[in-house]
Design a protein around this ligand. Structure first.
Ligand code: XUL
Ligand code: MN
Length: 346
């Protein structure tokens, strides 16, 4: 394990997964939550991400009292392990109520469900001492563009966020944009959209973003630029580092697996903006390859962490003065080669 005393690392229970895909069953046995928590600590991570029902399974069938009790038990477990809860995200894409979306569903009952569920998510986050609510807007879009109206949907989204902000004055909401999958068209596909909708809410200071590398690539954008765009608004509140081979299904490959230079540039942006100095975590939303054996089922996480820390060293040892000279001389040819040789390590 590479030593680290600057960054706080995080992953979610779903990142230790069983390997099923739409074409075949699981290839690894499930692991219990306590086992995952133990591993998280063992491989040098500091925080865990949660969906609301990762924290409280079968959330929709539980009473407020059962939810409170479950969240308190989880908080004790996290405290005993010395692990923070980084984010809690309402999982709005599993319920039969949200087949046509949650906040933007055409059915008012479904929209109401989505808000109620988001409030439960906030209740859980509060007990876990976590103020960051992440919205991955999975089904807030459509397969059939004529079925929904973008203007109305944008209003619905801003109103939903307003209700969350009013429900608890301490929370902040970070939107995790993704252009597609599961939907054909999604309503908040990029960080630009996320920043814009923040300013449509009643308290823009409390609405920001989370960049996932793979989602930016699926939108045809550069993940490092998506991150630094949010940073320019003071709104990059988390990252889901991973990798993606072009315009395919969301692959969630280990960080740097596909494009080491892009990974270098993502780390460079985080480093030069002191990311983490306000408590932000570096989260890896990565999955094992389906072919991974049980005994290697956390290697994609420890490898991503190691790659990140190796790239921190690469960023710090990059000759910025020399790069500036080349930039002043408009010698981008030499700059390009300088980056390649730096990454190759001579
Ligand atoms: C989906 C995705 C989610 C969110 C959390 O592509 O990245 O795992 O990160 O809901
Ligand atoms: Mn993610």
């Amino acid at each position: 394990m590479i030593k680290n005393n600057q960054y706080k690392f995080s992953f979610g229970p779903w990142n230790i997964s069983e390997g099923y895909d739409p074409y075949g069953p699981a290839t690894r046995p499930p692991q219990a939550f306590d086992w995952k928590l133990g591993k998280l600590k063992e491989i040098g991570f500091d925080a865990m991400m949660f969906h609301d029902d990762d924290a409280i399974p079968d959330l929709d069938s539980k009473s407020p009292e059962q939810i409170r009790k479950g969240a308190k038990e989880l908080k004790r477990k996290l405290d005993d392990a010395g692990i923070l809860a980084e984010i809690v995200a309402p999982r709005l894409w599993f319920s039969p109520m949200t087949i046509d979306g949650g906040y933007t569903s055409n059915d008012p009952k479904a929209r109401k469900y989505a808000i109620e569920r988001s409030k439960k998510c906030i209740d859980i986050a509060k007990i876990l001492d976590c103020s960051l609510i992440v919205l991955w807007l999975a089904r807030e879009g459509t397969y059939i563009r004529e079925s929904k109206n973008c203007r109305t949907s944008t209003d619905y989204l801003a109103e939903a966020i307003d209700k969350m902000l009013a429900y608890d004055k301490k929370i902040r909401v970070a939107i995790e944009p993704k252009p597609n999958e599961p939907m054909d068209h999604a309503y908040i596909p990029t960080m630009g959209h996320a920043m814009a909708i923040a300013f449509k809410t009643s308290d823009p200071k409390r609405v920001g973003g989370l960049v996932e590398s793979a989602h930016a690539i699926l939108a045809g954008l550069d993940p490092a630029d998506e991150m630094e765009f949010a940073i320019s608004y003071g709104k990059l509140w988390s990252v889901h580092l991973n990798d993606q081979n072009g315009l395919k299904f969301d692959q969630d490959k280990p960080f740097g697996s596909n494009n080491l230079r892009s990974a270098f540039n993502q780390v460079r942006v985080l480093e030069r903006n002191n990311y983490g100095s306000k408590g932000e975590c570096v989260a890896f939303d990565v999955h094992s390859f389906r072919s991974t054996k049980e005994e290697h089922c956390v290697d994609h996480l420890s490898n991503s962490r190691d790659t990140f820390l190796r790239l921190v060293e690469k960023v710090r040892s990059f000759d910025n003065a020399k790069a500036q000279t080349l930039i002043a001389d408009r010698n981008y040819q030499a700059l390009d080669q300088m980056v390649i040789e730096h990454l190759l390590g001579k």
